[in-house]
Design a protein around this ligand. Structure first.
Ligand code: AMP
Ligand code: ZN
Length: 478
């Protein structure tokens, strides 16, 4: 079995990944707060986790991996968006979730197995907060419940900060009811017009962090395998999740591995509204940039490094994909050929490709290996290339290989010519089935004259445009 290695924020080392239960690998990603369309940076953790999910399914089996990603649908930013627009909170969150699905689907990200919503887990949050109070880790003050950071020795361990550093560095909300300036909110009171739920501490709503602790507990139990998010979430959000979960369940360990992606920038600068370089995934899709092109740009940078979105990279990714899709189309790749390769035992990952990818999700290395594999001459030799593209989610639909731009494939064969060759091969297959050998030979001669090289794999004919290929010779058929 391939060994997966991951850089674990918790230990600050790259480690062999050993699941708690190889038959039930559990991974969790902090999802979006749903009040606005996802910006390009939001796509990064989604794509990193999508690659992780696909790799884990490859190594441990599809049924052995469970992926959960939440929707934060109660938050003061959502309340503010509702107040500003005069719309109902439920409308805003429902529409944003729909958009999120559309946009992440377009990037080829598989939907997680569970997409829990904060508002669907209020009773579990209340129960956990009650546990924390009972164990002396939280206290009630003026309708708020706060987590007492002094009560948890290891507070700060994940992000590697001391309490003093945190107080000095963080923009701590000072409030008279806090015992320690770093104490964070588990529950807060709701006034008129604010969403609220009945609780032992009056009408109120949860603080942000408690939802991930309550939802992972509900779905996965007190210990699970991998937890992820952007580095911006490491402190305070993830630090607080650890504190809550480990204090509510001292026998659990919460996440074994923490995986953090670095931030996305645009043309070397932080993406921000004030710099005018802020855009959503949808803005790019609407400009006609294909989802798989965006995806390829992301995969070109290791998740642990800051990533730069640039026009040059966009153009390069488009050229690469056009060439790769041309190679696949030129060799007749599609559901039938894949089925034939599968029957022949050839539809599998190239071991070197998989090894590189398994080494801390080294996507740039895996893409470099695909460049090498793309030089295969026959469909059988290209099987590992095609499988790798599929594993990385770069082929949206095998029955309709994209021809970006609608132009020529990588080997200079236009869609029209490719269709003509396919028609000739169908003709040849029909002639053979009819035992009309003359006709079958005539078709073969036309293809040979034109420089088309035909290979049969598992009863399925595939072709490439060989040296000296001349499309005009395909015309003199009838
Ligand atoms: P939010 O909706 O702001 O909670 O963010 C959702 C996810 O997007 C979190 O995992 C963030 O870490 C991540 N994220 C936000 N901005 C960026 C960025 N510029 N680059 C990479 N990830 C980001
Ligand atoms: Zn979270």
């Amino acid at each position: 079995m391939t060994t997966i290695r991951l850089h674990n924020t918790k230990t600050r080392r790259k480690e062999d990944f050993v699941p708690l239960d190889p038959g039930n690998v559990r991974i969790y990603l902090c999802g979006p707060t749903v009040y606005a369309r996802a910006h390009l940076g939001n796509a990064r953790p989604v794509l990193v986790f999508d690659v992780l999910y696909r790799l884990l399914r490859e190594v441990f089996g599809e049924a052995a991996v469970t992926y959960a990603r939440n929707f934060t649908d109660v938050d003061d930013k959502i309340n503010a968006a509702a107040a500003e627009s005069g719309r109902e909170i439920g409308d805003i969150t429902a529409q944003t979730i729909r958009w999120y699905h559309e946009d992440m689907d377009a990037l080829g990200a598989r939907r997680p197995d569970h997409e829990p919503r904060a508002t669907g887990h209020i009773p579990q949050m209340i129960a956990m907060i009650e546990d924390l109070i009972a164990r002396g880790h939280a206290y009630e003050a003026e309708g708020h419940v706060l987590f007492a950071v002094d009560s948890y020795e290891a507070y700060g361990a994940l992000s590697g900060r001391s309490l003093d550093d945190m107080i000095a560095g963080a923009r701590v909300e000072v409030a008279p009811y806090k015992r320690n300036a770093m104490d964070f909110v588990l529950w807060k009171p709701s006034g008129d017009g604010q969403p609220g739920w009945d609780s032992p501490w009056g009408m109120g709503r949860p603080g942000w962090h408690i939802e991930c602790s309550a939802m992972t507990r509900a779905l996965f139990g007190d210990s699970f395998d991998i937890h992820g998010g952007g580095t911006d979430l490491m402190f305070p959000h993830h630090e607080n999740e650890v504190a809550q979960s480990c204090c509510a369940a001292p026998d659990g360990e919460f996440a074994q591995v923490w995986l953090h992606n670095e931030m996305l920038q645009v043309e070397g600068r932080k993406m921000s509204k004030s710099l005018g370089n802020f855009f959503t995934v949808r803005d790019l899709l609407d400009k006609g940039i294909a989802g798989e092109v965006i995806r390829l740009v992301f995969l070109g940078t290791h998740y642990g490094k800051p990533m730069d979105w640039t026009e040059t990279r966009r153009a390069e990714a488009e050229t690469t994909l056009r060439r790769w899709m041309g190679i696949l189309a030129g060799h007749g790749f599609g559901p039938n050929l894949i089925e034939a390769l599968r029957r022949d035992g050839k539809w599998q990952a190239d071991p070197e490709f998989l090894g590189v990818l398994a080494n801390d999700l080294n996507t740039p290395g895996a893409l470099a290996r695909l460049h090498v594999l793309s030089k295969g001459k026959t469909a059988a030799q290209l099987a590992g290339f095609a499988y790798g593209l599929d594993l990385l989610g770069l082929v949206p639909d095998w029955s309709a290989l994209p021809r970006l731009d609608g132009g020529e494939g990588g080997d200079g064969v236009s869609e029209k010519v490719a269709a003509r060759i396919d028609a000739l091969l169908t003709e040849r297959a029909q002639a053979r089935a009819d035992r009309d050998w003359d006709r079958a030979d005539r078709v073969r001669d036309i293809l040979t004259d034109a420089g088309v090289q035909v290979t049969d794999v598992g009863g399925q004919a595939t072709w490439t445009a060989g040296p000296g290929f001349d499309a005009s010779r395909l015309e003199d058929m009838e």
